[in-house]
Design a protein around this ligand. Structure first.
Ligand SMILES: Cc1cc2nc3c(=O)[nH]c(=O)nc-3n(C[C@H](O)[C@H](O)[C@H](O)COP(=O)(O)OP(=O)(O)OC[C@H]3O[C@@H](n4cnc5c(N)ncnc54)[C@H](O)[C@@H]3O)c2cc1C
Length: 309
C-alpha cells in the first residue's frame, strides 16, 4: 500500500516521494533532503496541485538545482520538480517578416537550457547561443533572467506562461516581468510553466561556431572541473565586477572546510569534496563582509537560498 502523504487524496500521475536527498540534484552537491518531492506530469496537473495545496505546507520549485544553496537540514516542505514531466519543446510558427525569417518556439519550464539551445541550433535558428554554457532549466533561466556574452533570456522571450499561487494561469511579456540583470519581478509564490521564444534564421555552422567560442572562453576562465553554482554574487550596477572586488579584498583561495573561493575565478565558490551548506554559507557571508569592509560595496548574492531559517 502506498505511504500516506499530504497529497494522498489527489490524482497524481507520478507517486509523491518522501525524504528525498537533494544534494545530488544540485551542482554544488550540497544540501539535505526534501520532506516531499513531486513531479507534476503537466501544466494542468501542476495547476490542480496548487489549487488544492495542503494548508501551511511550504513549497519550492527545483529547476536544474544550479543556483541553489539548500540548507543541511534540507527543505521542510514539498519540492516541485518540473524537469521530469514538463519538458516539451515545439515549433509554434515560422514566418517571414521585414527583418527576415523568424521562428516562434515553445519550451516547457522543465526543459533544459541545453536542450533548447541545441534544438534550435540544429534547425538553423539563432538567438539562443548564449545559453550554450548556462546549465539549468528554462524556468530557472527565466526566473534568473540568465545571460552571458551579450545575450539574456529577455532578448528572445516573447511571452512567459505563469501560474499564480492558487494555480490560475496567466501570460506575461518580458516588459511586464521587468526583466533585468539577473532579475525578474516574479510575484512571491508564482511560477513559470513555459514560454515562447523568437529566433531568427542563420547558418547552423555559424551558430555552432559561436557556441563553441563561448564554451571555449568558459573553459579558460571558469573552474568547470569542480562542483559550483556559477557566479555567487551579482555584479554591482557600476564599477568593478564582483570577482574583482573579491580579488582586491584578498579572498582568492580562501576557504571554510571543503568550501573554497576558486583560485581560477573569484566569484565561483567550489566544493572540494565534503563541503556542507553551513560552510558554504559561512564562506559567502565572510566574503560579503570582507568586500564591504575593504571597498564599501555590499554584494548581492545571485545564488538562491532554500530551507534556511
Ligand atoms: C558552471 C556554471 C556557469 C554558469 N554560468 C552562468 C552564466 O553565464 N549566466 C547566468 O545567468 N547563470 C550562469 N550560471 C548559473 C545558472 O546556470 C543559472 O542561474 C540557471 O538559470 C539556474 O537555473 P536552474 O533551472 O538550475 O534553477 P535552480 O537553481 O533550480 O533555481 C533557481 C531559482 O529559480 C527558481 N525557479 C526554478 N524554476 C522555476 C520556475 N519554473 N518558476 C519559478 N521559479 C523557478 C528556484 O525556485 C530558485 O529560486 C552558471 C552556473 C554554473 C554551474
Amino acid at each position: 500500500m502506498a505511504a500516506h502523504t499530504p497529497f494522498s487524496h489527489l490524482p497524481l500521475t507520478h507517486p509523491v516521494q518522501g525524504g528525498v536527498p537533494l544534494a545530488s540534484r544540485t551542482t554544488w552537491r550540497i544540501g539535505g533532503p526534501a520532506r516531499w518531492l513531486l513531479a507534476p506530469a503537466s501544466r494542468e496537473e501542476l495547476a490542480m496541485l496548487l489549487a488544492r495545496w495542503p494548508d501551511g505546507l511550504p513549497r519550492m520549485i527545483l529547476g536544474g538545482g544550479i543556483n541553489l544553496l539548500i540548507a543541511d537540514s534540507g527543505f521542510p516542505g514539498a519540492v516541485l520538480d518540473l524537469t521530469r514531466g514538463m519538458n516539451r519543446i515545439y515549433t509554434v510558427t515560422e514566418s517571414l517578416t521585414p527583418a527576415g525569417e523568424t521562428l516562434l518556439i515553445h519550451a516547457d519550464a522543465g526543459t533544459t537550457t541545453q536542450a533548447l539551445a541545441h534544438f534550435v541550433r540544429r534547425m538553423g535558428w539563432s538567438g539562443a547561443e548564449f545559453l550554450a554554457g548556462i546549465p539549468g532549466s528554462v524556468g530557472g533561466a527565466l526566473r534568473m533572467n540568465a545571460g552571458a556574452y551579450g545575450g539574456q533570456m529577455r532578448d528572445i522571450l516573447v511571452e512567459a506562461d505563469l501560474l499564480d499561487p492558487q494555480g490560475r494561469a496567466e501570460s506575461r511579456t518580458p516588459e511586464a516581468l521587468s526583466m533585468g540583470y539577473r532579475h525578474c519581478a516574479l510575484p512571491a509564490g508564482w511560477l513559470f510553466t513555459g514560454a515562447r521564444f523568437r529566433l531568427r534564421r542563420d547558418d547552423p555552422e555559424k551558430i555552432r561556431e559561436r557556441m563553441r567560442g563561448f564554451n571555449q572562453r568558459r573553459r579558460l576562465s571558469q573552474p568547470l572541473e569542480l562542483p559550483s553554482a556559477g557566479s555567487v554574487f551579482k555584479n554591482p550596477p557600476s564599477g568593478p565586477k564582483a570577482w574583482e572586488l573579491l580579488e582586491q579584498a584578498g579572498l582568492r583561495g580562501v576557504g571554510r572546510g571543503d568550501a573554497r573561493i576558486s583560485t581560477k575565478h573569484c566569484n565561483f565558490f567550489v566544493n572540494h569534496g565534503q563541503a556542507s551548506a553551513g560552510e558554504m554559507r559561512a564562506l559567502i557571508d565572510l566574503a560579503r563582509a570582507t568586500v564591504e569592509h575593504h571597498s564599501g560595496v555590499v554584494l548581492e548574492p545571485e545564488v538562491q537560498f532554500a530551507g534556511w531559517e
